[in-house]
Ligand binder design. Structure first.
Ligand code: PEP
Ligand code: MG
Length: 910
């Protein structure tokens, strides 16, 4: 390891590193190198690599021995370029010390400016700059940053709120301003500042028990260590956890010659975006401050000026723009903007400083943007010839499309409110409304046009009538595949589930969030994309995607590039129409049982209940005959809307007791109709009781014990298809058997289908009727024996909700109770019911696909669990070579884009 390189130099038109070296140099360091390489004015400096950070933590916070000489060599290089010397009392050079991880962690790590100012170097710098005020202004900034970052934080001191050394020093500054009647920091004179710095140093010693260091080298190495230590600071650690940034990445340290934006009125500092990050418009946008240092703009201490006249807003329209005040510098900056965009081919976020009229670039990085802006920039950059459509498609996060598909809580206002509760983001978008606690009140008020949010512990099929008219649903229990989540997502309705902070007191009609008590009728606002609950009515913003040409263009490209087909999970003609508008290419999951919930379900549900209570095959068949016309017409209407596309109809899945009426009035009516007494009915209910219904008498097991239930459903599907065929429609029904664990279960059911098929052909006088018989793969055993199952099945559809439940052993309805702790403590990276657990259950899925295709290379394979609309899971489905994904209507565009990204990413890998 003798000459191992730990320090990378940049400046004077060249650099050791490049933009591609982010892993080693961090984002900031790599881009400083790149800007130097392309000839932009970057103050010279050097980057200490992320490997040193790793070394530091692996070796009890010490450095490799090569580091010091390499740093000294780099300092010498900077000194030669600038003709100044670090720690020199005549002609001194100062440094900034900044962190820089691979990806930006805004505000999470540390910066120290003006390193090298001491009692020895201050007089020289005053002589050299003839600007005493500037020197003491820089010194008070150094004291404040250094004592906070290097002394207090790095020493692990955790002061009480408002008692940190930085706050205490700020109070000294405020006192001076108050005493002299100054409004701004810039009003302080040289004498004021000189006196202030003396007071500050005393305060540092008083608070931290240590003198402020008066040696430039101590300051420099103190700053470097503080940056490395900040990688394991509390803020950085929790940010990493939220963003999934691995601990072993480490941070780099950038040491760079100081340039000064605070030397007077010909100096300034600012931040800019090469395009407007809020709208995406191709317009230079930014803010700047005269006579200031970097953090002043970001910290919001002073009202920032607009960069150009176009960017002026009400609050700063009276203040001069850079374009007005320093037109030549503005022109240079504007040329740099063009150069950087052409070079990086993406919107950049810049930091610059102007020192006595000379422009310096301090940072460039890819700029953050909202969904609307991301779409516009990607499409316009392709049109400008900057990027090909393949890259444009990668520029928009699929989840950003949500901003166009649902109304959202106004982001400008949301950021200034604190949530009162947090749960799982089960249905995207935002909603506001008055709290109601029962489905009946939601229905009553909602249908009158009042905005209500249904707040419950959990929901069941009996609540559906109130869920529809509610603006949103909030539950204290349940996970991403709980009833509330499934139903809300299907409708594109805002929903937050598993909100652990929420306690509901049904008796007194109160909802408690932590110590906040709200009552029925109080307003709340939900952000279903993030799972947040706010008190009160926050305004919403909505955009019509069909009016957004960038959205349309993006999805058009996505369709050209993707290999995966995208279907939808729907069970009503209205939802199916919506899904077609969103670009669905068929139905991947039509759950028959949904005809027994929601609108117009009363009669079929009642008949179904009679069927469940039947005691013999004869009784059951009689009731099934009654049910048949409802089933057929329900299936027929959806098949008809999906004219020309495949429709997978899944046979009855849930355990029968789910349909049993919970209220006494419903039970009495049922007993009367069945001509039995309520005791007998009660007995029959009790017979249905199961200890573990999720693994009980459901799915294919019902069809095995009661073949007539399968027979009736298949008959309804095939007759509906036959009639539509005769009416001139093109239908492709796919009959899907759920909860299969053994190939023999499928053989059993397929025989029934075959018998019914022959009957239907005869009845309609047809030679053939296109249809497939396949199965869900949702039990681990089905994955393990997929080769055998593929001998009988004509298609597979992965039911990843149940596969996750049975593979992980997490109950899908109860996970809300503990998942939050798993996520908070980093035990799980994601909710496995939302994003496929690729390294665990993903292996089962892969095995299922491979084994299935070994038997039948053309086997059609898709997914219909909730994961089918999750971008990362969609990409996984592409990689394991499924044919399609299926998801709720509002997620169809998201899946189309994610599928295209998967194809482009794959092509780029090869
Ligand atoms: C599944 O288990 O993934 C699935 C789609 O079926 P359901 O959610 O109806 O159990
Ligand atoms: Mg299932």
């Amino acid at each position: 390891m003798n000459n191992y390189k730990y320090v990378y130099f940049f400046g004077d038109g060249k650099a050791d590193g490049t933009a591609g070296m982010k892993n080693l140099l961090g984002g900031k360091g790599a881009n400083l190198a790149e800007m130097s390489n392309i000839g932009l004015p970057v103050p010279p400096g050097f980057t200490i690599t992320t490997e040193v950070c790793t070394y530091y933590y692996q070796h009890e916070r010490t450095y490799p021995e090569e580091l010091k000489p390499q740093v000294e060599e780099a300092i010498k290089n900077v000194e030669e370029i600038l003709g100044k010397k670090f720690a020199d009392s005549e002609n001194t050079l100062l440094f900034s010390v900044r962190s820089g991880a691979r990806i930006s962690m805004p505000g999470m790590m540390e910066t120290v400016l003006n390193v090298g100012l001491t009692s020895d170097t201050i007089p020289g710098l005053i002589k050299q700059t003839k600007n005493e005020r500037f020197v003491y202004d820089s010194y008070r900034r150094l004291i404040s940053m250094y004592s906070d970052v290097v002394m207090e934080k790095a020493m692990g001191i955790r002061p009480k709120e408002g008692q940190g050394v930085r706050h205490q020093l700020e109070r000294l500054l405020e006192n001076v301003k108050k005493k002299n009647g100054y409004k701004n920091d810039t009003d302080l004179t040289a004498d004021d500042l000189k006196e202030l710095t003396e007071q500050m140093k005393l305060k540092v010693e008083e608070v931290l028990g240590e003198e402020f260091p008066d040696n430039p080298h101590d300051q420099l190495w103190g700053g470097i260590s503080a940056v490395f230590q900040s990688w394991n600071g509390k803020r950085a650690k929790s940010y990493r956890k939220i963003e999934g940034i691995p601990e072993e990445w480490g941070t780099a340290v950038n040491v760079q010659a100081m340039v000064f934006g605070n030397t007077g009125d010909r100096s300034a500092t600012g931040v800019a975006f090469t395009r407007d990050p809020a709208t995406g418009e191709n317009q230079f946008y930014g803010e700047w401050l005269i006579n200031a240092q970097g953090e002043d703009v970001v910290a919001g201490i002073r009202t920032p000026f607009a960069l150009n006249n176009r960017a002026k807003q009400d609050f700063n329209k009276h203040l001069p723009s850079l374009e007005e005040k320093m037109p030549e510098v503005y022109q240079k900056l504007s040329d740099i903007r063009d150069k950087l965009e052409r070079h990086y081919k993406d919107m950049q976020d810049l930091e610059f400083t102007i020192e006595d009229g000379k422009l310096w670039m301090l940072q460039t990085r890819v700029g953050k943007r909202n969904g609307i802006a991301a779409l516009r920039m990607a499409v316009e950059m392709q049109r400008e010839g900057l990027i090909p459509k393949e890259d444009a498609v990668l520029r928009v996060k699929p989840s950003q499309l949500d901003e166009l598909l649902h109304p959202m809580v106004d982001p400008k206002l949301e950021s200034s409110h604190t949530p009162i509760g947090k749960g799982l983001p089960a249905g995207p978008g935002g909603a506001n409304g008055k709290i109601v606690f029962t489905a009946d009140s939601a229905e009553e008020l909602g249908t009158k046009g009042e905005k209500v949010i249904l707040v419950r512990d959990e929901t069941s099929p009996e609540d559906v009538h109130g869920m529809k008219p509610a603006q949103a649903i909030l539950t204290s229990k349940g996970g991403m595949t709980s009833h509330a989540a499934l139903v809300a997502r299907g409708w594109g309705k805002c929903c937050v589930v598993g909100c652990g902070d929420l306690r509901i007191d049904m008796e007194n009609k109160k909802a408690t969030f932590g110590d906040k008590v709200l009552k029925e009728g109080d307003w709340i606002t939900l952000n279903g994309t993030k799972g947040l609950v706010y008190e009160g009515e926050l305004p919403l913003v909505a955009i019509d995607p069909e009016q957004n040409e960038h959205y349309k263009q993006m999805l058009n490209w996505a369709d050209q590039l993707r290999r995966l087909k995208v279907r939808t999970n729907t069970d009503t003609p209205a939802d199916t129409k919506k899904a077609l508008e969103f670009g669905a290419e068929g139905i991947g999951l039509f759950r028959i049982e949904h005809m027994f919930y929601g609108e117009n379900s009363e009669e079929p549900l009642f008949i179904l209940r009679k069927m469940i209570m039947s005691n013999s095959e004869k009784e059951r068949r009689a009731v099934l005959d009654e049910l048949f016309p409802y089933m057929k017409s329900d299936i027929k209407s959806t098949l008809s809307v999906m004219d020309g596309y495949p429709v997978t109809v899944r046979l009855l899945d849930p355990p029968l007791h789910e349909f049993v009426p919970k209220q006494a009035s419903g039970r009495e009516k049922l007993a009367r109709e069945l001509r039995i007494d309520t005791d007998e009915l009660k007995q029959r209910f009790e017979n249905l009781h199961e200890s573990n219904p999720m693994m009980g008498h459901r799915g294919v097991r019902l069809g095995v014990t009661y073949p007539e239930i399968t027979e009736t459903q298949v008959q309804a599907i095939l007759e509906a298809a036959a009639e539509l065929t005769q009416e001139g429609k093109t239908v492709y029904p796919e009959i899907m058997i759920p909860v299969l664990g053994h190939v023999n279960e499928l053989r059993h059911q397929k025989n029934i289908v075959e018998r019914v098929y022959q009957r239907v052909l005869e009845k309609y006088n047809l030679d053939k009727l296109d249809h497939l018989v396949g199965t869900m793969i949702e039990i681990p055993r089905a994955c393990l024996t997929a080769d055998q199952i593929a001998e009988v099945a004509e298609f597979f559809s992965f039911g990843t909700n149940d596969l996750t439940q049975m593979g992980f052993g997490f109950s899908r309805d109860d996970i809300g109770g503990f998942l939050v702790h798993y996520l908070e403590q980093g035990i799980l990276p994601d909710d496995p019911f939302q994003t496929i657990d690729q390294e665990g259950l993903g292996l089962l899925i892969k095995m299922g696909v491979e084994k299935g295709r070994n038997t039948d290379p053309k086997l059609k394979i898709g997914i219909c669990g909730e994961h089918g609309g999750d971008p990362e899971s969609v990409k996984f489905c592409h990689r394991v070579r499924m044919d399609y994904v299926s998801c709720s209507p509002f997620r169809v565009p998201i899946a189309r884009l994610a599928a295209a990204q998967a194809a482009v990413e794959e092509a780029k890998m090869n």
